[in-house]
Design a protein around this ligand. Structure first.
Ligand code: NDP
Length: 620
């Protein structure tokens, strides 16, 4: 007993020491955008730019962002009979994050059965449990084609302004391609992570070799392709990768296979758990694919990630394992107990569902987490042959402080003789020169630097999207949100009639399966828009009272496990700069994703039955 307590104290002291090394006073300001002198790095390497005439028409619904949000909302609107729909995107096609992130090895960590939306509607069977990026992009294109969403779409087009026209009660939209059109409804679904960022390393602009961000992969330079063809043009190149987050973990093994020399510059190691991928057998798929199966699977995932005791775990992945371990610690149960006894056992033991945020759950979380992280650290030592490298790859923080990663290829990559880990001891690369990168006073000369340095998160709305919404009375959305998000259900804003923000915060906030948030919002949008169209209403808008009540409810959410004070800094926790009310407003429903989905389904059901969508006003 004594040993365990001491071990835990040592581990926590180590976590605190590692956090202190990594903490930077500049917080999010340590990064820079792919603009100004770096603007060329933001260019689209995937689709040629095509000249077109500006549009000046009227559509019923305009959606900014042709990623999964725009696609799923478009699909649901088409199903509801709203045919006049326009997607607008700065990319050259649909797919959003999967359009841009074509780096080698890109794959989704969430099971395809629940991650790929509209599988039943499109009749598509994923090839594997965790599918590759090109398969996800192809599915996005499938949705667009299936629902006719390419008609009227504007690609390689950036919105300049969106303004509510009080006299005509429509939105006026202008773009950088000279478009000037109107829409009765607008929605913004530009994604939580779409503005690529570069590290603010001294001298970064002086580098004379090749460089690019992972979301703008230059296959002309590297050779190969997103489908896994070897990057043969790197055979004589010394390559540096900066960043070992979820992106770095996926592209580094591919680079290790082909580069003459690969230097991986690490600031904080990722936690890398086993992948456990396998093909999906079409016969097995047929056996489970009864009507409504995908919703059942998505709901089952939510149930397994939540505080109650699930009846079964259909997904059985690294995410549900995290929850299962916490639950077992909190309830003193075993996997067999959970699997066999399920809900009946809860009744038998007369135990309430676990309330996230209570001391009991926090203690259970800590115990389960230390156990898990010890396993993850031990695995490194068994896979990576060089003991010094293995030691440097060990993550010293709680698993949910950073995005957990899952890979069976990442750790073995460091056994390749051409692959060198350059650990920066939490400090980052010191300097970039004309010829290479400096760490610990040593210059590593390279031909190419690949920035796996991630994306802006939580930046203010206007900065992130490049445009602002001008609502009723000239109020800008960035002003309305200046002190933090304020919405009804994460979706509707007072003063911005017929406008929808398709995003996760103040809603389910489900980071482990982002499309679930989207699919749910799409159901709401299609329902309220169809209701307005059927009833001949000109405007849909929440009352400010409903918005304020909702924000107050969100502020009652228990502190999230990822904001813990011993967390290593990162984009999930505001770079360790504290969790003020502005950030707390970005939390989800206090009942977790399950609590939100239950609330919103009841809300939609009430609307369906009686036309009463509490908090929303429909006006003629
Ligand atoms: P991240 O922000 O997670 O990682 C950026 C990396 O760059 C970190 O390792 C960071 O270090 C490092 N870095 C930043 N500045 C410096 C510096 N000055 N010197 C050295 N290193 C530096 O971005 P990713 O693109 O990896 O991932 C973003 C998100 O995208 C993920 O969290 C996930 O949500 C999603 N994603 C999902 C995937 C999947 O499903 N498999 C795959 C890829 C991405 P530090 O950690 O110290 O900040």
């Amino acid at each position: 007993m004594m040993t365990t307590v001491l071990d835990r104290a040592d581990i926590k002291a180590k976590y605190a020491a590692e956090r202190a090394k990594r903490l930077r006073p500049e917080g999010n300001d340590q990064y820079q955008r792919l603009s100004g002198k770096f603007a060329a790095l933001a260019a689209d390497p995937y689709t040629p730019f095509i000249e077109r005439a500006p549009v000046a028409d009227h559509v019923t619904f305009a959606f900014v962002g042709a990623g999964m949000s725009g696609l799923v909302v478009g699909a649901r609107l088409k199903e509801a009979g709203i045919d006049s729909f326009r997607l607008i995107d700065k990319a050259g096609g649909v797919g959003g994050t999967w359009y841009w992130n074509r780096y080698p090895g890109a794959r989704c960590d969430t099971a395809a059965m629940i991650y790929l939306p509209l599988l039943e509607e499109t009749g598509y069977i994923p090839s594997e449990k965790y599918v590759r990026g090109p398969e996800i992009l192809a599915h996005c294109e499938r949705i667009a084609a299936h629902y006719g969403l390419y008609d009227k779409a504007l690609f390689h087009t950036e919105v300049s302004s969106i303004e509510w026209q009080e006299a005509t009660r429509v939105w006026r939209i202008t773009t950088n391609r000279g478009d000037d059109f109107t829409a009765k409804y607008v929605a913004i679904g530009t994604g939580p992570l779409h503005v690529a960022k570069l590290p603010g390393i001294a001298g970064i602009e002086t580098f004379k070799g090749k460089s690019f961000h992972t979301s703008r992969w230059d296959y002309d330079y590297t050779g190969g392709d997103a489908n896994g063809a070897p990057m043969d043009r790197l055979a004589d190149k010394r390559v540096a990768v900066i960043g070992t987050g979820a992106t770095g973990v996926q592209c580094i093994p591919q680079l290790a296979r082909t580069a003459k020399q690969l230097f991986v510059f690490q600031r904080t190691p990722s936690s890398v758990d086993v992948r456990g991928n396998h093909p999906i057998d079409p016969q097995w798929f047929d056996s489970i694919a009864r009507p409504g199966w995908q919703k059942r699977w998505m709901d089952n995932f939510v149930e397994n990630m939540g505080g109650g005791i699930p009846s079964e775990d259909l997904i059985n992945d690294g995410w549900t394992e995290i929850s299962r371990r916490i639950r077992e610690k909190a309830l003193g149960s075993t996997p067999a107990w959970l699997a066999k006894a399920g809900m009946r056992a809860r009744e038998a033991f007369n135990r309430p569902p676990i309330q996230m945020g209570t001391d009991r759950v926090r203690a259970a979380f800590e115990e389960a987490d230390i156990e898990k992280m010890e396993e993850i650290r031990a695995r490194i030592a068994t896979v990576v042959q060089d003991p010094h490298t293995a030691e440097q790859l060990k993550p010293w923080y709680s698993q949910l402080c950073k995005r957990p990663c899952f890979s069976d290829e990442y750790l073995p990559a460091y056994n390749a003789p051409n692959t060198i880990l350059v650990d920066t001891d939490g400090k980052g690369v010191e300097q970039i020169t004309e010829t290479g990168l400096v760490v610990g006073g040593k210059l590593y000369e390279v031909d190419c630097i690949i920035y796996a340095s991630g994306f802006e998160y939580g930046a203010n709305f206007q900065l992130k999207t490049g445009f602002d919404l001008k609502g009723r009375g000239g109020q800008m959305l960035s002003e309305y949100w200046a002190d933090g998000l304020q919405t009804l259900h994460g979706l509707h804003m007072h003063g911005f009639p017929n406008a929808f923000a398709v995003q996760m915060n103040q809603g389910a906030n489900m980071v482990s399966n982002i499309p679930h948030n989207i699919v749910d919002h799409a159901a709401t949008i299609a329902q309220v828009v169809a209701h307005a169209e059927r009833g001949g209403f000109a405007e849909i808008e929440p009352t400010q009272a409903a918005v304020s009540d909702w924000v107050q409810l969100i502020l009652t959410a228990p502190p999230s496990m990822i904001t813990s004070s011993d967390c290593t800094p990162g984009f999930w926790n505001n770079e360790g700069q504290g969790w003020n009310e502005k950030f707390r407003r970005s939390q989800g429903h206090p009942g977790g994703a399950g609590g939100f989905f239950r609330h919103i389904e009841a809300w939609r059901e009430s609307g369906r039955r009686s036309g009463d969508f509490a908090g929303l006003v429909f006006s003629k």
